[in-house]
Design a protein around this ligand. Structure first.
Ligand SMILES: *Cc1c(COP(=O)(O)O)cnc(C)c1O
Length: 453
């Protein structure tokens, strides 16, 4: 089989997979998982035919996928891939560009520049901010926090590039009690210890209580959150950020999915967020691009470019080259997926996507309450947190849903007790899928009630 035939085969298999997405089990069957042993081969001495490799990947691999690209996956905020973005993904995969600089790939540099401009426009953030397209909110938060520390130290007269961290003035970080685990991971990788990290208490909905924020000064990085993973709650930016800025702190916002509320009629939830210094958001979650695609957005573009500088001339860093705005040096032009998604949705389409998911989440919340579940959050965004009367039943219902193959969502621990969490974030999810989820939950709940009583 020649290269063209092989690639055509791959396209065909991919098309078939996508076509049957809605009929797949949402979580693979035990048999499909058991069949994965077929991959457990020794490294072959001689290379094997490419078409065999493709066939094995599809025949054993495809049945063991999670249908998170389908309509009834409600786990985390995973999102499906929009057709325009999925199509762009296929083409750029044929291009195989190294999108570090204009010289390496003129088309990539050009499109990522357009995508940056559109992102700032859609999210209504300062238009001269720099946008680095990285692999994940985790990596982009790590980037932003590295910039924050370097800048705060520079303002204190400490040159991090020359002097390093040993003996540097101590920088503290204030995070929310409910900060996402990946922000903690980024801090840990950067060398912040628990003693330098203070937690701001949250209210019953998971928002930082503005009256209880630890003291802030010019040695503090404050991490706020747009879209808490359980409740979808937003920290009170308008109350906290002006005060933090006046104290000289650097304000970073983790808006992995929630930042997109800003591109919809829910913009009010993000009031004041534009006053921060840096923001992280994913495209692979609510914007529904394929994995892996996220952004670091930094108000001070020079600060980002200097902290991530990989220009050979050390004294200056071009803010136009993605290699100076992300952790990666060699990288694929993932910003093109953002460009394709934004171009196909338009301003109206982004708003419609976000608003539809929030309306569907409200519908789920109302349906669950009517069916006797305890809904634990006011459904302000796309997240619904709920539980049964007893913890045993909560876990039993969640497990039964996951095993059914008809839908999937994850568990959470909320205020010390098990809970269930539904996220609506796939463009494929129709109201009928929401109704199917509700019907499934009602059926499983009454079955587990019978068993436990
Ligand atoms: C998912 C998520 C992250 C991490 O994003 P990745 O792209 O998975 O690294 C960070 N913060 C919040 C609030 C999230 O929901």
């Amino acid at each position: 089989m020649n290269e063209m035939e092989l690639l055509a085969q791959a396209d065909l298999r991919g098309l078939r997979y996508t076509e049957t997405n809605g009929q797949r089990r949402v979580f693979p069957s035990d048999e499909a998982i058991a069949a994965l042993v077929a991959f457990d081969e020794p490294l072959p001495d001689q290379g094997l035919p490419a078409e065999d490799t493709l066939a094995l990947l599809d025949e054993v691999g495809s049945p063991a996928t999670t249908a998170s690209n389908g309509p009834r996956y409600f786990g985390f905020v995973i999102g499906a891939a929009l057709p325009a973005a999925a199509a762009a993904e296929r083409l750029i995969s044929a291009w195989d560009q190294c999108a570090s600089t204009f010289d390496n790939s003129p088309v990539s540099a050009t499109l990522e520049r357009v995508a940056s401009r559109w992102v700032l426009d859609a999210l209504d953030l300062p238009r001269d901010s720099a946008v680095g397209f990285g692999t994940s909110a985790t990596a982009c938060t790590l980037t932003a926090l590295a910039v924050a520390r370097r800048e705060l130290l520079a303002r204190l007269g400490w040159n991090l590039d020359d002097q390093g961290l040993n003996g540097a003035p101590e920088i503290r970080v204030v995070i929310s009690e409910l900060t996402h685990i990946t922000v903690k991971k980024a801090l840990q990788v950067l060398g912040f210890g628990k003693h330098q990290i203070l937690q701001a208490p949250v209210d019953g909905q998971g928002r930082i209580d503005a009256t209880l924020v630890p003291p802030l000064d010019e040695r503090t990085i404050l991490c706020l959150q747009a879209g808490e993973v359980n409740t979808g709650a937003f920290d009170p930016f308008e109350q906290i950020i002006p005060h933090a800025k006046k104290a000289g702190a650097w304000v970073h916002v983790d808006g992995a999915f929630g930042l997109w509320a800003r591109a919809s009629s829910l913009v009010g939830l993000t009031q004041g967020i534009e006053l921060a210094d840096s923001w992280t958001t994913d495209a692979h979650k609510w914007l529904n691009t394929p994995y892996d695609c996220a952004m670091t957005i930094c108000r001070n573009s020079g600060a980002l470019a200097e902290a991530m500088n990989s220009d050979a001339a050390y004294s200056s860093a071009s803010v136009d080259a993605q290699k100076n705005l992300t952790l990666e040096f060699s990288r694929r032009p993932r910003g093109i997926l953002v460009w394709a998604a934004l171009r196909s949705l338009g301003r109206d389409g982004i708003a419609e996507l976000v608003e539809r998911h929030c309306a569907q989440a409200r519908r789920i919340g109302d349906g669950l309450a009517r069916a006797g579940f305890e809904v634990l959050n006011p459904v302000i965004l796309n997240q619904v947190l709920f539980r049964c009367t007893t913890d045993v039943q909560t876990v039993a219902v969640r497990t039964a849903v996951q095993q059914s193959g008809e839908a999937w969502f994850g568990g959470a621990v909320w205020q010390g007790r098990p809970a269930m969490r539904v996220s609506v974030s796939s463009w494929r999810t129709q109201d009928a899928d929401v109704e199917a989820l509700l019907a499934l939950l009602v059926r499983i709940k009454s079955a587990t009630t019978d068993v436990s009583s």
